[in-house]
Write a protein that binds this ligand. Structure first.
Ligand code: GUN
Ligand code: FE
Length: 439
């Protein structure tokens, strides 16, 4: 049975509430109350005594001493790579793409394979509590539409994009410039009529995969439909050197995206961003680009360490992302822990840069990526329990502990040791989402 409310209804949710309104501040309210109207938070209270009197007859859902936290938002994940998670991490980026990733993605030419694996992928996102995300599909039109339709059916709220790649693919995974643009139009138009809750994000794979003509064409599509853009930037030293060879007309890797019109102000996600120089950082800041920091992936593919603290101090928007399957697990709690761990190791080498703290990293996987999705797609913001936020929530059952823990400690324990089985309920915009595609 669904415990959520229907539009027009008011609901009060009671439990141990935790969220991060700012990077430095984790709010924890023992037996707090979140008031939700039409799926949107209208207030968050210390107790029932503080709830406005005209709300007192609203239905109540009491989660006891379970934690209630915002759902996770993951701005960088490859849906078709889920079947091969945990495989092939003995290589660096470019040989890894050729040896493992391209063959794995080529299988999505089969509609049956796509349906089975995209169902499993969406189920797995649900399990881990990633309720909104930005996903790369493959270059295939039909498989991308399958992912969009399954996502719509599931109640989760991703944005997704057909991957564009008209150069340096493989024999089984390639498309012409014309096919790439035509199929992009077709997917956008079909999704606009069939999957109203699933946004489209323009998805050039990365510079080595996209000719100048394709980049220009995609920039025009993004402009015409006012769509966000996602891609990879400066992930690996060999990749950066290759981009320099391919584009002598541009000053840097970042400059290529800017030159071809793919840095849309406030609407662009760039994953990795490890080896940026000061001018590139400045370019990303000027365009309000959101960086997807993928620490687990960056370790797996020997890519490097992204200087998160330095970017935050320079005013970049930084979020934490999974990058499955270069990142081997989808669960965002693990990526929050990885971001903090990598940042601590970096601090041991560069003592002037203080490591990320847990509330900061939590914010980078909830409110900050939610801010991007709202700004880029027009959907309501999610990732906090402040008024005006969608009630996207995870209910985390109490974990065993030898003594009583503060709410901050319980959040910490869930981040480090939590698993899907600890999450008992998931809400998107006030609606409880049952397990997708359950028999
Ligand atoms: N760069 C281009 N394609 C990919 C991909 O699929 N994964 C990662 N991690 N980097 C990429
Ligand atoms: Fe990636």
């Amino acid at each position: 049975a669904q415990a959520g409310q229907r539009p027009g209804n008011r609901m009060l949710y009671i439990g141990d509430i935790a969220f991060t309104p700012s990077p430095q501040r984790l709010v924890g309210i023992r037996r707090g109350v979140v008031a939700v109207e039409n799926g949107i938070v209208s207030g968050c209270y210390e107790s029932m005594d503080d709830v406005p009197s005209d709300w007192l007859d609203a239905p109540k859902t009491d989660f006891g001493d379970a934690l209630v936290i915002p759902g996770f938002n993951d701005l960088h994940i490859h849906a078709p790579q889920y079947p091969t998670a945990g495989l092939g991490l003995d290589k660096e980026l470019l040989p890894w793409l050729e040896t493992y990733t391209f063959p794995a993605e080529a299988r999505f030419a089969s509609p049956d394979y796509a349906r089975i694996w995209y169902q499993r992928f969406i189920q797995r996102m649900w399990e881990g509590g990633t309720l909104r995300f930005s996903a790369f599909a493959t270059l295939h039109r039909e498989a991308t539409l399958t992912l969009a339709r399954l996502a719509q059916e599931s109640g989760l709220r991703p944005v997704i994009g057909k991957v564009n790649m008209d150069r340096n693919g493989s024999e089984e995974l390639s498309e012409s410039t014309e096919e790439s643009l035509d199929n992009t139009f077709a997917v956008i138009e079909t999704m606009r009529s069939e999957t109203p809750d699933i946004g489209y994000i323009v998805t050039p794979r990365f510079v080595p995969s996209t000719t100048p003509e394709l980049m220009r064409g995609l920039a025009a599509i993004a402009q015409r439909y006012d769509l966000p853009v996602q891609s990879h930037l400066s992930e690996n030293r060999g990749e950066v050197a290759w981009v320099r060879e391919l584009h002598p007309e541009c000053a840097s890797y970042t400059d290529v995206y800017e030159h071809y019109g793919l840095l849309r102000d406030g609407k662009t996600i760039m994953a990795h961003c490890i080896y940026l120089d000061d001018e590139e950082i400045d370019t990303l800041r000027r365009h309000g680009v959101t960086v997807a920091h993928c620490p687990q992936s960056n370790a797996n593919l020997t890519s490097g360490i992204m200087p998160a603290r330095r970017y935050l101090e320079k005013g970049l928007h930084v979020t934490i992302a999974s990058d499955v399957d270069a990142g081997h697990v989808p669960d965002m709690n693990r990526h929050i822990a990885a971001a903090v761990a990598v940042s601590k190791l970096w601090q041991t080498q560069y003592a002037d840069e203080t490591a990320l703290r847990l509330p900061e990293a939590f914010h980078m996987a909830t409110k900050e990526p939610g801010r991007f999705l709202a700004a880029a797609t027009g959907q309501e913001p999610a990732g906090s329990f402040e008024p005006g936020y969608a009630f996207d929530a995870l209910v985390v059952e109490p974990m065993t502990s030898p003594w009583g823990l503060s709410i901050a400690e319980r959040v910490e324990q869930f981040i480090y040791t939590g698993a899907p089985a600890n999450i008992s309920h998931r809400y998107v915009a006030g609606r409880e989402i049952p397990r997708p595609f359950a028999e």
